[in-house]
Every structure is written in structure tokens, then in C-alpha cells.
Design a protein around this ligand. Structure first.
Ligand code: AMP
Ligand code: GLY
Length: 427
């Protein structure tokens, strides 16, 4: 089967790699893709939001499955267009993607379906939002309603910061995403992601994973798209896991009851508070970089799972997982998440990949016309390693990182350390 995968990050390289390993996959077209490769994988210059071009390409190339990686095409309804053309698609339509595309929609949905989440209020007018601050007090969390690539969430420790965050949100900086603001209760505890495959009725949970969102060691500095991740998350208790899974079941059942036909991945971002797990957010897709530790641990054929999801036929499948731990460290360009330079030559990937149990996923890379691999983004590479113990996986990942070089390479050396230290590290 030929497959069209939309996206260009480390997540998409991990998905393409897993699909390429399937006995049933032929050509895998990645639009637009990056410098990463896998057998049978070809980059194509297609606009991820151009529905007509995507459908035309899929027809011309006899594509049997379209897989949508990032949130923007999902929120824009690309999956609806693909399905309308009778092409199976992995990824929810616009109605389901609102779970990620509108924080207000998603919070109101959680209230309707008794899914535990931070208390909140939403506002479309500055004076109302500011008036509410005085009543609630700090700390609190101010969020732009729409997609803002992780930059629309501000944790305000004081009322002054909250005030500034509200004005910033409405300043026009986030465009349409900032015309509604959500103000939330501030929660504390470790974070944990639980992603599930769902065909709109059945769900198959994936392994838990924990991202490191801050740029600097010790969880300091600005938020990023994610600097490192590991799976599974050892500090989660059985009881917490059961509660998280129940939230995911409530969400899928809730969408079904509201007539949303959701086929793809539902990503639950949780905070494990002293009162139990609370949903911070839902995403309508695989996480990045969570996918880069989840898929290397999935033993079941990914294409089989994705086809069943797209066909609405997940009921009979079971997932098999590697026992081993996985950790992935992001190598970023100097300056990220602020301004950074690109075009720096990357060396050592082959040596790093030659190490046992190491996978290098490309994120912001590209090949020049001469075939040279250079940096092309903020997050450049994801270095994933598997190990029979958490410590072994960590050591292997950092060993691989030593072998890779590019000008300005920066990374966090503390990925996974808190998990090793145990629950008390979050108190
Ligand atoms: P979101 O995009 O809504 O997941 O928020 C991004 C990040 O902001 C989360 O991963 C948390 O680290 C933090 N965050 C979001 N909501 C809250 C909250 N209610 N309390 C504390 N931290 C939060
Ligand atoms: N790693 C967080 C996300 O994909 O949204």
C-alpha cells in the first residue's frame, strides 16, 4: 500500500520509520518531510493545508491511507476532505480536532463529560478577563484559546503577570487564536501524557510518556516544543493510570455522544496533582517528541493499527509493547526557542546510529542539493535509545549524542533525572 504522511518533524520521521518497517507498505510519501530517510520514503513538496492538492496527489499515486501528523491540517479539516474523496484517513476531522484547536471548546467539553480538569473561565473581552483576575488571585494560568504552537500558555505567579498576560493575549500577537482567553486554576505535580488510538468507539492505550517542556536544565527557562522525553513513566501509580485511562474513555465516549466521528490519536496531557490526575489539555494527534519514544517500543505493526483506526474497525486489535525503556533527547540549534541560525553541517549520525538500540529521528534537518545534511530548524534531531533499565537507556542516548556534531548544538543533560529521583523530585 502507498501512504501519504503530512508533516515534517521528528514525529513524522518516527511514524515514517515505523510504517516503512511494515510488510504491507510500499511507497511512503512525506509532505513536506525533512532530511531523515527510511526505505521507501520519499519527500514531496505538497502544501499540508491545500486540500485539493492533497486529494489529487493521493489519487494520482494510488495512496491507500493518508496519515496526518500535525495539528494545523487537522484543525483545518484536511481529514474531512480526504475522507470525502473516499480515501481512508488517520486523523480526526475538524469537529474532533477542536479538542486541540480550541481550549475553550475542550474545557467546556470536559465539564459536560465530568472529566477532571483545572477550574477555568473564558473571556472574549479584556475588562471581563481583568475583573476576574482580582477575584481569583495568583498564581494562575492564562491561555490563548486557539493554536499557538505551545507559546500561548502563560503561568502567572503574580496578578501583575496575569494582567500583562491577558493584555498580551488580546494584543493580536496570536491572531485569531487570541480572540478568546481561558484563565485557569494553577495546578502542581508531575506531568504525564497518555495517548490512545481510537476509531471513535474503541480505544487502545499507548505507553505513558513524559516530555520536558522547558528549554533549560532543572526545568527552567522558556517553554519549548519539548526538549526530551521518556517512556514509560515510572512514577505513575496503578491507581493514577486507571484514572487517566478513564478520562480518555470518557472523552471518546463523550465525542461519540456528540456525533463526533474521531479516528486517530487522542493525546491526553495530565498533571498528577495531590487530588488525582487532571487533564491539562487534549491534542488531536501524536505528541512530538512523545512519538519518538512510543513508536520504537510498539511491537505491533503500525500500519495495521492505522488502517483499522481509519476503517473504524479497532475492536479486534491488541497492542504489544517492548519491555525495555526508551528515552529521547532533543538536539537543538543555539538560540532555540528564540531566534537561531540554520544551514550548519551535521556530522556523526551514521556513527551514532551504529550503536545498538539507538534511533536518530530527524526534526529540523534537510539535505542540500549536494546531498549534505544541514540544520533547518530549532529542534534538529531526536536521539532515542532503548535499554533494559532506565539508566541504561539514558546512558546509551547520551553516548550517541557525543558522536553527533553541528555548530551550536545544545541539549539538556538532565532528561529523565527527576524520574530516577522518584516522586519527591516534584515536591
Ligand atoms: P497546555 O498547552 O494547555 O498543555 O499547556 C502547556 C503547559 O503549560 C503544560 O504542559 C503545563 O506545563 C503548563 N500548564 C498548563 N495548564 C496548567 C495549569 N492549569 N496549571 C499548571 N500548569 C499548567
Ligand atoms: N510534546 C507535546 C505535544 O506534542 O504537544
Amino acid at each position: 500500500m502507498n501512504i501519504l504522511l503530512l508533516g515534517s518533524g521528528g514525529r513524522e520521521h518516527a511514524i515514517a520509520t515505523a510504517l516503512a518497517a511494515s510488510p504491507d507498505s510500499d511507497s511512503i510519501f512525506v509532505a513536506p518531510g525533512n532530511g531523515g530517510s527510511a526505505p521507501g520514503v520519499h519527500n514531496v513538496a505538497l502544501d499540508q493545508l491545500d486540500q485539493a492538492a492533497i486529494v489529487r496527489f493521493a489519487r494520482e499515486q494510488d495512496v491507500g491511507l493518508v496519515v496526518i501528523g500535525p495539528e494545523a491540517p487537522l484543525v483545518a479539516g484536511v481529514a474531512d476532505a480526504v475522507r470525502a474523496a473516499q480515501i481512508p484517513c488517520f486523523g480526526p476531522g475538524a469537529s474532533g480536532a477542536r479538542m486541540e484547536g480550541s481550549k475553550r471548546f475542550s474545557k467546556e467539553f470536559m465539564i459536560r463529560h465530568d472529566i477532571p480538569t483545572a477550574a477555568f473561565a473564558s473571556f472574549t473581552r479584556i475588562p471581563d478577563a481583568l475583573a476576574s483576575l482580582a477575584k481569583t488571585g495568583a498564581p494562575l494560568v492564562v491561555k490563548a484559546d486557539g493554536l499557538a504552537a505551545g507559546k500561548g500558555v502563560i503561568i502567572a505567579q503574580t496578578l501583575e503577570e496575569a494582567h500583562a498576560a491577558v493584555l498580551d493575549c488580546f494584543s493580536g500577537r496570536f491572531g485569531e487564536a487570541g480572540t478568546t482567553v481561558v484563565i485557569e486554576e494553577y495546578l502542581t505535580g508531575p506531568e504525564c501524557s497518555l495517548l490512545v488510538f481510537t476509531d471513535g468507539q474503541y480505544i487502545l492505550p499507548m505507553a505513558t510518556a513524559q516530555d520536558h517542556k522547558r528549554a533549560l536544565e532543572g526545568d527552567r527557562g522558556p517553554n519549548t516544543g519539548g526538549m526530551g522525553v521518556y517512556s514509560p513513566v515510572p512514577i505513575v501509580t496503578e491507581d493514577e493510570y486507571a484514572q487517566m485511562l478513564n478520562c480518555m474513555k470518557l472523552a471518546v465516549a463523550g465525542m461519540r455522544s456528540e456525533g463526533i466521528d474521531y479516528r486517530g490519536v487522542l493525546y491526553g496531557g495530565f498533571m498528577l496533582t495531590p487530588e488525582g490526575p487532571r487533564v491539562l489539555e487534549f491534542n488531536a494527534r501524536f505528541g512530538d517528541p512523545e512519538t519518538q519514544v512510543i513508536l520504537p517500543r510498539l511491537k505491533t505493526d503500525l500500519l495495521t493499527v492505522m488502517r483499522a483506526v481509519a476503517a473504524g474497525d479497532l475492536g479486534d486489535l491488541q497492542l504489544e509493547w517492548e519491555e525495555r525503556w526508551a528515552i529521547s533527547v532533543v538536539l537543538a540549534s543555539a538560540g532555540y526557542p528564540g531566534a537561531y541560525e540554520t544551514g550548519k553541517a551535521i556530522s556523526g549520525i551514521e556513527d551514532a546510529e551504529a550503536l545498538e538500540d539507538v534511533h536518530i529521528y530527524h526534526a529540523g534537518t534537510r539535505r542540500t542539493e549536494e546531498g549534505l545534511l544541514v540544520t533547518a530548524g530549532g529542534r534538529v534531531l531526536n536521539v532515542t535509545a532503548l535499554g533494559t533499565t532506565f539508566v541504561a537507556a539514558r546512558e546509551r542516548a547520551y553516548e550517541a549524542i557525543e558522536l553527533i556534531d553541528f555548530e551550536g548544538k545544545q541539549y539538556r543533560r538532565d532528561i529523565g533525572l527527576r524520574a530516577l529521583a522518584g516522586r519527591s523530585a516534584w515536591e
